[in-house]
Design a protein around this ligand. Structure first.
Ligand code: TXA
Ligand code: MG
Length: 321
């Protein structure tokens, strides 16, 4: 085991915060069995205390420490997708601190698919409660630098595992009801889950924000953000130039105009490639003091569902800075 993993595990045991990479986004980790440590996560993020955190575990064999009355479907999904970008909502063990679950009778658990996260979890040999390592409501971090920029002083240590492979947060599936339900879409889609469950999961349904990522406004940059159809993107750019404004564009096509007031970032035309880069690009453009950021609206098909979900919430929350 490397010295830095050993140090990170020791810090967690002392009740300190350690940010670490996962395959989805960087997490802000605390010892999930220590309410005082978990309270530091909420303070660092500026997150409301009733929003529950995901418990990261080293393997499915730890599941029963956190959850009870675990249905067979949980083991089937774990076998198919863990380690990986899937969070299961299950009934919690009474020993799980209220600080982790937001006082609910359920707990969110996942085994992350990143070698450094798994090393840390194995060294720590416990559950690490970790939300995305960003200020509440803001864009999730996909590099260690993003975490330094955003939370710097609040974290005892940031483990650097390079850019995240998936780039947007895990799919969250609630297995506590009579039918499984997707609470937050992710890159593991309804069809993938349905193949394992033998039946497509339901979606949404509840109005209360049990999932803070389901708030209408979330994942948002401070700059005004618009999601526009391809033909309207160029129109918006011309409009900005006419007003002598600087504008940022994220689109799969190359920039057709040459003007230094345009900051154009090409992004992949497929959902996985788009998800991989979107947060980093939003964050980069958000730091440039632009009048506006325009993202070309992706297709509305099922494989783009998670990306479209995040983009809509980012638009709803944008422009607050
Ligand atoms: O990919 C991810 O899931 C990342 C990485 C770090 O694992 N984590 C993440 O955490 O996105 P966070 O806290 O930003 O979002 C987790 C979501 C929240 O919206 C929270 O409300 C929900 O999971 N959640 C956690 N426990 C829950 C529970 N018992 N019932 C319903 N929702 C829950
Ligand atoms: Mg988050």
């Amino acid at each position: 085991m490397s010295a830095q993993i050993e140090k990170a595990a020791a810090l967690l045991r002392q009740g300190e915060l350690v940010a670490f990479p996962t395959e989805t986004v960087y997490g802000l980790g605390a010892d999930a069995s220590n309410p005082v440590a978990v309270a530091k996560v909420f303070a660092a993020k500026g997150r409301p205390a009733d929003h529950p955190l995901i418990v990261h575990i080293p393997g499915v064999e730890h599941l029963e420490r956190w959850a009870r009355e675990i249905p067979e479907t949980a083991y089937a999904l774990a076998k198919a997708f863990w380690p990986g970008p899937l969070t299961l909502i299950l009934k919690r063990q009474p020993s799980v601190p209220d600080a982790v679950t937001g006082g609910q009778d359920t707990v969110g658990v996942r085994v992350p698919g990143h070698p450094l996260a798994l090393e840390l979890l194995k060294a720590f040999d416990g559950g690490i409660a970790a939300p995305s390592a960003n200020r509440f409501g803001h864009v999730s971090p996909t590099t260690a630098q993003h975490v330094h920029d955003e939370l710097g002083a609040a974290v005892a240590m940031v483990l650097d595992g390079g850019p995240c492979r998936v780039g947007i947060e895990s799919t969250i599936v609630d297995l506590t009801g009579s039918q499984s339900r997707i609470l937050r879409p992710g890159m593991i889609g309804a069809a993938d889950l349905g193949r394992v469950l033998g039946r497509a999961p339901g979606t949404g349904g509840e109005s209360a924000p049990r999932v803070s990522g389901s708030l209408e406004s979330h994942y948002a940059p401070g700059t005004d953000l618009a999601l526009l159809q391809p033909d309207v993107v160029i129109f918006a750019v011309r409009e900005a130039l006419a007003a002598d404004q600087r504008i940022g564009v994220i689109a799969p096509m190359a920039c057709p105009l040459s003007d230094e007031r345009i900051v154009w970032r090409q992004i992949a035309g497929d959902a996985a490639g788009f998800a991989h880069d979107i947060y980093a690009l939003l964050r980069e453009l958000d730091g440039l003091g632009l009048a506006r950021i325009v993202v070309q609206k992706p297709p509305q098909s099922e494989n783009w569902r998670a990306v479209n979900d995040r983009l809509q919430r980012a638009v709803a929350g944008s422009g607050a800075a």
